[in-house]
Write a protein of this length. Structure first.
Length: 290
């Protein structure tokens, strides 16, 4: 076993059992995968993130009968909304808080349903969207949104559906449908057949293909222009750089900052990334030179 292995026991168990289930009872395994896909893992919250919770003003609201925990740092009327990724938490953005407060913004984030300190075991992009709408209803429109990973897709989905998001920073966000599914399959040692079953399940359940639930689709159907900055690391093992490059291909107005050596989550702690993001928000469309 690797030292400092933070992989949850639940994921280790699924990785062990899922390939065996596919061999013995494939149809049962495939149905199980459709549940797993909407079930985020809960990782232990580091102490530094718990400390960030303590100096926030907490509030809550309900999404689909699940209590959702939200946080506000600062008392400025203008604010920046943070949207975490799958299996993430609002406090993963803790390093952004003080720089944004210093430029005159409050910071608001939430633990999506089935994440962090919020209730629920399963969730979906629809519940992420509803949580974002609740923040808008309670706090008004933010000056900008900063989203990580799956949160970036949720932000674009909300914008496509008419929620006013004028300035968006997507960090390490997936965009390509097949790659998203394949990432899940690799995580549980599943086969391509499970992925094909899942795609059929999405069409049967929602009446449209999985590709229409991805950022590449959302960004092509925005009702208004979006000031979009992408930040992505070349060494991201969970969401490869090609996801950001694909989005720029279909939405050339987006600007892409490439980093190296930061991976998928450490990118949220990097001082230069934070500086670039704060400058983009504070100064408008421009970013400082790399």
């Amino acid at each position: 076993m690797k030292k400092n292995d933070k992989t949850p026991l639940a994921l280790k168990f699924v990785r062990w059992v899922f390939p065996k289930a596919e061999r013995l009872a494939p149809s049962l395994a495939y149905r199980y995968f459709t549940r797993l896909f909407f079930t985020p893992l809960r990782y232990t919250t580091p102490e530094k993130e718990r400390k960030a919770e303590t100096f926030s003003d907490k509030f809550s609201f309900v999404v689909e009968n699940k209590n959702v925990q939200a946080y506000q740092w600062g008392t400025h009327s203008r604010y920046i909304l943070m949207i975490h990724g799958w299996a993430g938490r609002a406090t993963q953005f803790r390093r952004f808080i003080k720089p944004l407060l210093a430029t005159g913004y409050s910071v608001i984030g939430f633990d999506a349903p089935a994440h962090g300190n919020s209730q629920g075991k399963r969730t979906s992009i629809f519940e992420f969207e509803q949580a974002i709408k609740n923040i808008y209803s309670l706090k008004g429109e933010p000056d900008a949104v900063i989203a990580h990973s799956f949160g970036g897709g949720a932000a674009l989905f909300s914008a496509m559906n008419g929620l006013p998001i004028r300035k968006l920073i997507n960090i390490a966000s997936p965009t390509i449908g097949d790659e998203i599914i394949n990432t899940y399959l690799r995580a549980i040692h599943g086969s391509p057949a499970a992925g094909e079953y899942f795609k059929d399940f999405i069409v049967r359940t929602y009446g449209k293909p999985f590709d229409e639930f991805t950022a590449l689709h959302f960004v092509k159907h925005l009702p208004a222009p979006l000031n979009l900055l992408l930040v992505h690391d070349a060494d991201d093992k969970e969401v490869a750089l090609k996801h950001a490059e694909a989005l720029v291909q279909v939405y050339p107005a987006a600007r892409l900052i490439r980093t190296e050596g930061l991976g998928h989550t450490r990118i949220l702690k990097d001082n230069e990334v934070i500086r670039q993001c704060v400058t983009f928000i504070h100064a408008g469309a421009s970013v400082l030179p790399e």
